[in-house]
Design a binder for this molecule. Structure first.
Ligand SMILES: C[S@@+](CC[C@H](N)C(=O)[O-])C[C@H]1O[C@@H](n2cnc3c(N)ncnc32)[C@H](O)[C@@H]1O
Length: 630
């Protein structure tokens, strides 16, 4: 559970003469950090013109804090401190002086925070409508800050008649080019918006969740607790985003047993009581939002640790065993013959074990072959034959596309699936292998379908952008999604069936070319809420045999199966999708003699008049950035 703990901090809402005492007390009470204003309100005197004009000019020319202007005067405790910037900044003010002074003072405060080595500062100001000048100021000021990160305080609900806070934030992040230095400090309010509106924040860089004292209510014993909807949202955010939780205290205790300790103990209680990690979550803990290049098991040879990792999946092999078991019963209902079973791409042998167990369980006699092209995995297969299988299994070292069998098989078992189904070239490999399947033979899997959904994720976008090149924006990644939000439910793109009924063959039974394995599909998604789209999520669903399935599609995910994470196809430039718009996705699977690759493009349309609102380039034309070798 330790890795799921969120730091809990206290917001100093007053201006303390001795902030160090406040921090000491907060730490003694069990808080992990304190957020405190850096500057004293007296710092405002320049801005309000109460100082001589000369003094103001000299401040503007060389901004130096005087001791009396500062709450945080030294770097002592800077590891426990989040600096809160002045609340009087008005970057959108029609008063040019105030606008200008806000910018200069922000620069001064940020420079001080950076000098102190603060990890984070919070800007408690969000203009009600016009955020454009604020964004320019942030571009200008954050450029020179190398270490300190900025949190912008954003409430979850808008003021009466005001703009949606998410829209304001979305504008700021777009205007600041999705800066990785700017994050959200999301402030809970007494009323919460609907779930869709809240879910959007799960795709945003929420570094802090502010829980003000006035959203707490008293439980029967007069301790502070959160109302149920707030509790649920806090738990989801804790689970998915692991933010810093920042509690504000009332000036006078609101309930009999409300004290700094009882507030943070309650927050920690919620944190401790997150749902237990299931098998998938525990396995995925280290992989959340971590971009991995998809495997190329055809072109490359997988290493031992890769086999070892996916072999830990209990569900995949259980489903395969069930599929082979049912196929054996159907193939030989009276248990009168010997069924030939061939595992192609046997790896280190777990599917061979599945077939042996299925044979034993069904009491059906089998003649079992195991074929593999990875010379290193083949050594493990030989060890297993020597030590366990002996004459129950015949081993073949070959590439299934070119091996010439002496006789054909009843059941062909393979697992060559990637997160998008066909992206590890299962179709191409099985085209070659199906010549050793009898005309009425059974392929396990029988089919697999690729799905996609438009996805919002600032985190994933920033991860890809950090490479600073086009190639990475035209590459799909296998990734365990965490800070993401889908704009709509996923839709199927295409299916591959095995055995493949028809394709032009050479006299040796090999495909003449690979054109039958190319695909093109256009899918349209209706989007209810305004969102920023950063890419596409990809999933697969596979029919192993009849109703025995494996799936990583969110709606049908095989419970407990962790062999595959979803796949993410990024967009080079995020696109804005207004409420009620349509996202039209064009996806291609293309091929030449040496490789296959995907191309993808997005058009956002106005649903009513079908006008184009934005269009991306076609990503990865001709497989220039990413391809899978045949
Ligand atoms: C994803 S692994 C699955 C291994 C094993 N069947 C399992 O489920 O644990 C795919 C295996 O197929 C092998 N493979 C891929 N293409 C092949 C080909 N054309 N001929 C033979 N083996 C192939 C790879 O080397 C790898 O061992």
């Amino acid at each position: 559970m330790a890795q799921r703990a969120c730091p809990v901090g206290l917001l100093a809402t007053d201006y303390y003469d001795n902030i160090h005492t406040f921090i000491d007390e907060a730490s003694e009470d069990g808080h992990d950090f304190v957020a405190s204003p850096l500057a004293h309100p007296s710092f405002r005197r320049f801005i309000e013109g109460t100082e001589e004009i000369d003094a103001m000019n000299s401040w503007r020319d060389s901004p130096v804090f005087q001791r009396k202007d500062l709450i945080v005067k030294s770097p002592k405790y800077s590891d426990l401190l989040v600096g809160v910037l002045a609340a009087w900044y008005r970057f959108d003010s029609p008063d040019h002086e105030l606008q200008l002074n806000s910018e200069l003072a922000l620069k001064q405060e940020l420079a001080w925070a950076s000098h102190l080595g603060l990890l984070s500062v919070m800007l408690p100001v969000l203009p009600e409508k016009n955020v454009t000048n604020m964004a320019r100021v942030l571009n200008n000021t954050m450029a020179s800050i190398s270490y300190t990160q900025l949190w912008i305080k954003v409430p979850v609900t808008s003021k009466e008649g005001g703009e949606s806070p998410w829209k304001l934030w979305n504008r700021i992040r777009t205007l600041t080019e999705h800066s990785t230095k700017i994050h959200v400090a999301l402030e809970l309010t007494k009323d919460l918006p609907d779930d869709d509106e809240l879910d959007r924040w799960l795709a945003e860089p929420v570094k802090a969740l502010i829980v003000p004292h006035d959203v707490f209510v008293a439980n029967p014993k007069q301790y502070p607790v959160l109302p149920k909807p707030h509790q649920d949202f806090v738990k989801i955010v804790m689970d998915k985003l692991r933010p810093n939780i920042l509690v504000t205290l009332p000036e006078v205790p609101s309930f009999q047993n409300a004290s700094p300790v009882t507030y943070h103990e309650y927050i920690r209680f919620l944190n401790r009581n997150l749902p237990e990690l299931d098998a998938v979550d525990s396995f995925a803990a280290g992989y959340r939002d971590y971009l991995q290049a998809p495997l190329q098991p055809l072109m490359d040879n997988l290493d031992n640790s890769t086999y070892e990792t996916f072999e830990r999946d209990p569900i995949k092999y259980q489903q395969y065993e069930e599929a082979v078991y049912r196929a054996l019963l159907d193939r030989d209902p009276d248990a009168t013959k010997k069924t030939v079973v061939m595992v192609v791409g046997a790896g280190r042998g777990p599917l061979v074990d599945c077939c042996l167990r299925a044979s034993e369980r069904s009491k059906r006699d089998i003649h079992l072959y195991a074929l593999e092209k990875n010379p290193n995995a083949f050594v493990t297969l030989q060890n297993k034959k020597e030590e366990e299988w002996q004459d129950k299994v015949e081993l073949i070292f070959a590439d299934m596309r070119t091996w010439k069998p002496s006789h054909q098989t009843d059941i062909l078992v393979s697992e060559l699936l990637g997160s998008f189904g066909d992206n590890e070239l299962s179709p191409e490999c099985l085209d070659g292998a199906q010549k050793f399947l009898k005309d009425d033979g059974i392929s396990i899997p029988a089919a697999y379908t690729a799905y996609c959904a438009p996805l919002s994720s600032t985190k994933l976008h920033n991860e890809v952008a950090s490479y600073k090149d086009l190639e990475h924006f035209e590459t799909p990644y296998v990734v365990m999604f965490q800070q993401v939000c889908a704009l709509a439910d996923s839709k199927p793109l295409w299916t591959f069936d095995h055995p493949n009924p028809v394709f032009p063959c050479t006299p040796e039974g090999n495909p003449v070319n690979n054109l039958h394995n190319t695909r093109y599909q256009q899918v349209t998604f209706d989007v209810a809420k305004p969102m920023t789209m950063h890419g596409l999520a990809g999933y697969f669903e596979s029919v192993l045999y009849k109703d025995v399935m494996i799936s990583i599609h969110p709606d049908t995910h095989s419970p407990g199966m962790f062999s595959w994470f979803p796949i993410f196809f990024p967009l080079q430039s995020p696109v804005q999708v207004p409420a009620g718009a349509q996202v039209v996705v064009d996806f291609w699977r293309l091929s030449d003699k040496k490789k296959i690759w995907y191309e993808w493009a997005v058009v956002v349309k106005n649903k009513n008049d079908q006008q184009d609102l934005s269009i991306t380039a076609i990503h990865n034309p001709q497989g220039r950035s990413y391809w899978v070798g045949l």
